[in-house]
Structures are given as structure tokens and as C-alpha cells.
Design a binder for this molecule. Structure first.
Ligand code: PLP
Length: 640
């Protein structure tokens, strides 16, 4: 579908910035250069530099790394960790809050080894800890988190092995806190601690009654599946008292859900948590730590609202509000200010990664002029449709649309009954699309567009085929309709004249992106540039560092993409600091229990049988076998 802009000649990068909202969601990390390319702004403390994503791609090509590729920007991660810790420190300072702040990173948000390793390294100066929600995550945490002042918060349901590991960590000098998620866990923790000979540090996860807002509403409130309700908390306190272990209860934990777009929800959840905290102090528990979980939202669409993909508060507001709510309730109830802990995952890692992929092909609805006349023997219904095209005007758009749809459907019916030929049916479709495009063009001039005509532009959108898998790289876009900023990374000094949806290469009807960010609503098409078959056209999906990498699956056996880390090097040069090759075909086949070696042997036998039966020559056998081996070694995505 062709897009028009008021002043084509005056198109500038500023228009592109506005169209794609990059300054709204980019948080200063991403922008558009005067050359019309997306740039990433990086700073390592000593040096700052802007790098064009197109230059990064050229550098990767020269090094033999092909698209699709996931770029990770370590300097952005470093900056996010700094920002979170320093904003809390500032809020604490300004409110004369008496407790400290400690962040922990929930490993589940992006479990990749490189991510966890970098977080522990960049976060060391702030004693930024880790949150482990399973035995495997705790095993990773114990290998990477050796800072005796940072916390390792153990959430999730726990068996004896999980509890023992956490207790051994504590015995060795780490600050592992075991959070009781189920009433039955408490006894097990106390028994295992007695057996191992260590005084456990215990937290209780409270099931708050405050209901979250946004996408994860169901993970909070009375129906939440996690945590203890107030009656169960009191039982736990009694059990601890009975076993002379109230000194072990040191933390209250809560988590309202991820991506909470409204600050009011956060305030009311934290208020409820502090009330419980203060009561636990009154009951005689040692306490000292208040963990308010995750939920700090990312403004994916840049609208700064309480829409599910946005956030109506800034980081400053988030920190100041939490500090203020905790301080005021503690002061009112005469309880010392606890050390505050947050488990911000999404807001820490989302900006860190960008997915880049190339467009393989584009398909558009071809519209032809209305034929001057129809063949004499054309079916009557075709004549009726043609006349709608003849008489179409700004005054009868809705009526013409209704009639055109009616006749198009009738013509399709005739074809299925065998009453008209394929050629006649094609002519009917051609006339129909001609009418639809004209109606869509006219409706753009209208102040009020009738309901039924509103979706017409979307129905006429082009399809751009991208070299990526939604299921592997953007699972939340498919599973929970999460919106991510998507845009071309070059040609931005030209107006994007087409509007398109993006299909991935999985050949699954759900394998597409057809919801895009918008300041006021959700767009169903993306403005893109004309696809030129012999020229590269590259799009980026931004803010994909949280939750996307390990939730992805192997649909159609498209595997992990290449991953490349970029940092500002000495002299502000671009440094390609790490490369992780994406899965090969043999890799993904082995994940689903194939043995690539025996597959190659089976293929060799097939080829040899073909030689024996005279279908191919021995020389051809060498060629086909080499092709098979090359395919096993190759990338699962399209390679040029
Ligand atoms: N803490 C817990 C217990 C969680 O379940 C989650 C994820 O939902 C988080 C922290 C991370 O939340 P977010 O990514 O919103 O910061």
C-alpha cells in the first residue's frame, strides 16, 4: 500500500525520527544520523561514540557473520545498572532514608552466560546481586556471584537439593536468602539448616491483595499462585517462634508482576508490603530486608502512558515513590527503615539487545486500471462489479465497498461451483482490488471514516518477508502480543512510501509481525521503503534484551541467531568484543534427537544406491554428498 506525506520534498531525518518515535522509546541510546541510518550511542565512562548499525553490519559481513544477528551492547547494560543503582541512591539521599538499596538481577529475564557474567562484573561496584528462581539458576548464580556484599535471592519452589545449595552458599560467606514460597518449605529449610549446621536467612513471599495492572494482572492479587497469604504468614511466624528461629526471618518479598505500566499500582503494592513488613517486626522477627520484586516497566512504545507496552512514570519517580512509601509507613509504625531490594530484570536488560534481519522479498497487491470494457460473454456478476468501479465516487464509498465485497464473494462462489473459469475469477479479483485501493485512498481524505472501512488500509498492506523467526527471536510478540519498536535501520533520509506487515521465514501463519508501536494506539502496518530486489534492506527490532532469548523455540527448526557484542573500544573505536555463532542445521537437528553423523551416513547410502542403479554418476555422488554436508554445517537462516 502506497503512503503519501504532506511534504515529500521537505522530508528529513527529523520526520523519520517522529514517524518511528525513536526519541520517545530510544532513551538516548538510539537515534537517526543525518545520513539516514540508525545509530547507537555508547559510552564506557571514558569514551563516548555513536556507531551506525549499518557500519556494524558491514563490519560483521567482512568478518563472515551474516544476518540475522542479535547485537548486544555491553556499554548500555553497564549504563542501565549504573542508572538504576544511582537513581535509588539519589532518592535515598534526598529522602534522608536510613536504609541502603541493593539491586538483584533475576536470571530468568535473560539467562545467557554472557549476560549474567556481565551483570555481575558491571554491577560489582554497587553490590548488584542475582535472583535465582530454580535450581539451575542458583547453580549459575553460585558460579558467578562471589561478592560477599551482594544478595543471592532464592525464589521459586524448592526441593532439598535447592535448599542445601543455598545453605552451602551461606556457609561459604555468600548472602543467600531463601524465600518461602509455599508453607511446607519452611520446615524443610529449618530442618536442612539444622542438619548442615548453619543459621538460615529466610524471606517470606507475601501474596499481596493489591492487583497489578498491565499484562500480568493475573500474577498478583488473591488468585496469585505464588506466595503466602496473611493467615499462612502468621502460621509461619508461629512455627519460627516455636523453633526459636525468629531471628532467621529477615526479609519480606513480594512481586506484583512484570511490566507494571502504572505507578499507582506500584505504590499500592509497596504500601501493602510495608504494612506486612512492619507487622513482622512487631511479631519479633529480625527482618531488615524488604524486597519489592520486579515490575519496573519499559516504555516500549514511547507513549509514557499506562498502556500495557508503556510506563506512565520515570525511573526517578519509581525510586522516589518506593523510598517515600516505605519511609513514611515505617516512620508511622516506628520501625527502622529496611534495606530495600528490587529485582528489576526487564528495565535492566531490555535496551541491551537489538535484532537485525534482512528482507528477503516483498509482495504487494497488484492493482490494475479498471478495464475499459469487459469481454462480451463475461458473467453478469462481473459486469455488476465493474459498474461499481465505474460509478465509484467520494459520496458512495461505503455502499460501493459493501456491494464490491458482495459481488466478489458471489464470484468466488461461482468459481467453486465450476460456473466460471479461473481467468474470469482472476478478472473479478482484479476489479475488486482496484475498487478497494480507490476506496482506501478516498477514505484518507475523510474526517470520519466509517467503521467497516477502517481496516481497509491494513488489508491492502504489502507483505515484507524477513530473514528471522518470530518464534525463536520474538516469542512474546507471538505469545502475548508484546509490542517492540521495529524500524528500517537505513534509507531514513527517504520517505518510507509503502506500508507493510512483516512475515518471518517459518511458513507458519502466526509467524508475522502485524502490530507495531504507536503513540496513541497500536498500528497494524509499518511504514517501509520500496523493496529493491538487488539491494539490501535491513530492519531492526529494538529493546529485545528481556525474556526473548531463552523463551524462543525451534519452530520449523530455525535456531539461535548469531550474537555479537559491541563496545566502545580504546580511542572511541567500535570493538567487536564477542561473537557467538548461531545454531547450525546439525545443532538444531541434534536438539530434537537426530544424530547428524548417522544422518550423513544414511544419506551416503542413498547416494551410493543411486550410483549403483545408474541414476547418478560417482562424480555426482561426490557433489550431492558435499552439498548435504555443507547444509548440515550451515546457518539455519537464509544465507546469501
Ligand atoms: N522477580 C520475580 C519473582 C519475577 O517472577 C520476575 C518476573 O516476572 C521478576 C522479578 C522480574 O520482573 P521484571 O522483569 O518486571 O523486572
Amino acid at each position: 500500500m502506497e503512503l503519501t506525506y504532506k511534504s515529500l520534498n521537505g522530508w528529513s531525518c527529523e520526520d523519520a525520527r517522529e514517524l518511528y518515535g525513536i526519541r520517545n522509546w530510544g532513551s538516548g541510546y538510539f537515534d537517526i544520523s543525518e545520513k539516514g541510518e540508525v545509530v547507537v550511542n555508547l559510552s564506557n565512562g571514558e569514551h563516548s561514540a555513536s556507531f551506525s548499525l549499518m557500519d556494524i553490519v558491514s563490519g560483521l559481513r567482512a568478518r563472515g557473520v551474516s544476518l540475522p544477528v542479535l547485537l548486544r551492547f555491553g556499554d548500555i547494560l553497564d549504563a542501565r545498572i549504573k542508572l538504576l543503582n544511582e537513581t535509588f541512591a539519589k532518592a535515598i539521599n534526598e529522602a534522608y532514608y536510613q536504609g541502603a538499596y541493593r539491586a538483584v538481577y533475576p536470571i530468568k529475564v535473560n539467562q545467557q552466560q554472557q549476560v549474567v557474567e556481565e551483570i555481575t562484573r558491571f554491577g560489582r561496584r554497587y553490590h548488584h546481586g542475582l535472583e535465582a528462581g530454580s535450581k539451575a539458576e542458583l547453580t549459575a548464580a553460585l558460579a558467578y556471584m562471589h561478592d560477599p556484599e551482594a544478595f543471592i535471592i532464592c525464589n521459586g519452589y524448592k526441593d532439598e537439593e535447592f535448599i542445601d545449595l543455598a545453605l552451602y552458599g551461606l556457609k561459604m560467606g555468600l548472602q543467600t536468602i531463601i524465600v518461602v514460597e509455599m508453607p511446607s518449605e519452611l520446615r524443610l529449610i529449618l530442618d536442612r539448616a539444622a542438619h548442615i549446621g548453619v543459621r538460615p536467612r529466610i524471606g517470606i513471599r507475601a501474596r499481596l491483595t493489591a492487583k497489578g495492572s498491565g499484562r500480568w494482572t493475573e500474577s498478583s492479587g488473591d488468585r496469585s499462585v505464588f506466595g503466602l497469604n496473611t493467615a499462612q504468614i502468621i502460621d509461619a511466624v508461629d512455627e519460627l517462634r516455636q523453633r526459636n528461629s525468629l531471628d532467621c526471618l529477615q526479609m519480606l518479598h513480594c512481586h506484583l508482576g512484570s511490566q507494571i505500566p502504572s505507578i499507582r499500582t506500584i505504590r499500592s503494592g509497596v504500601s501493602e508490603a510495608v504494612r506486612i513488613y512492619a507487622n513482622l517486626v512487631r511479631e519479633g522477627a529480625k527482618m531488615g530486608l524488604l524486597d519489592v520484586g520486579g515490575g519496573l516497566a519499559v516504555d516500549y512504545d514511547g507513549s509514557h502512558t499506562n498502556f500495557a507496552s508503556s510506563s506512565n512514570y520515570s525511573l526517578e519517580e519509581y525510586c522516589a515513590d518506593i523510598v517515600e512509601v516505605v519511609a513514611s509507613i515505617c516512620d508511622e509504625t516506628g520501625v527502622s527503615h529496611p534495606c530495600l531490594i528490587t529485582e528489576s530484570g526487564r528495565a535492566t536488560v531490555a535496551y541491551y539487545s537489538v535484532l537485525l534481519f534482512n528482507i528477503l522479498d516483498a509482495c504487494r497487491i497488484e492493482t490494475h486500471a479498471l478495464p475499459e470494457q469487459l469481454p462480451k460473454d463475461a458473467h453478469e456478476l462481473l459486469h455488476n462489479l465493474w459498474e461499481i468501479g465505474q460509478n465509484l465516487s467520494a459520496k458512495n464509498l461505503q455502499e460501493s465497498y459493501n456491494d464490491a465485497v458482495y459481488y466478489r464473494d458471489e464470484i468466488r462462489e461461482l468459481f467453486t461451483r465450476g460456473d466460471i473459469s479461473l481467468r474470469e475469477q482472476a478478472l473479478g479479483e482484479q476489479i475488486f482490488w482496484h475498487i478497494a485501493v480507490r476506496i482506501a485512498r478516498e477514505t484518507r481524505q475523510l474526517k470520519y471514516v466509517p467503521e467497516e472501512l477502517r481496516g481497509l488500509d491494513n488489508a491492502l498492506a504489502d507483505i515484507y518477508y524477513g530473514n528471522f523467526s518470530v518464534f525463536q527471536s520474538l516469542p512474546d510478540a507471538w505469545a502475548i502480543d508484546q509490542l517492540f519498536p521495529v524500524m528500517p535501520i537505513h534509507r531514513l533520509n527517504e520517505p518510507p512510501k509503502r506500508s507493510a506487515i512483516l512475515a518471518d521465514c517459518t511458513c507458519d501463519s502466526d509467524g508475522k509481525l502485524d502490530c507495531f508501536i504507536d503513540l496513541h494506539d497500536v498500528r497494524h502496518t509499518l511504514p517501509v521503503h520500496e523493496f529493491r530486489p538487488n539491494e539490501e534492506y535491513i530492519l531492526g527490532v529494538f529493546l529485545v534484551g528481556a525474556y526473548q532469548e531463552t523463551l524462543g523455540d525451534l519452530h520449523n527448526l530455525f535456531g539461535d541467531t548469531n550474537v555479537v557484542s559491541i563496545r566502545v573500544g580504546p580511542d572511541a573505536q567500535m570493538g567487536y568484543t564477542a561473537e557467538i555463532h548461531g545454531d547450525s542445521v546439525a545443532d538444531v537437528l541434534s536438539y530434537v534427537e537426530y544424530d547428524p553423523k548417522s544422518m550423513a551416513e544414511r544419506f551416503r547410502m542413498l547416494a551410493e544406491t543411486a550410483v549403483q542403479s545408474g541414476r547418478i554418476t560417482a562424480e555426482e555422488r561426490r557433489i550431492v554428498t558435499e552439498a548435504y554436508h555443507a547444509s548440515l554445517r550451515g546457518y539455519t537462516y537464509f544465507e546469501s
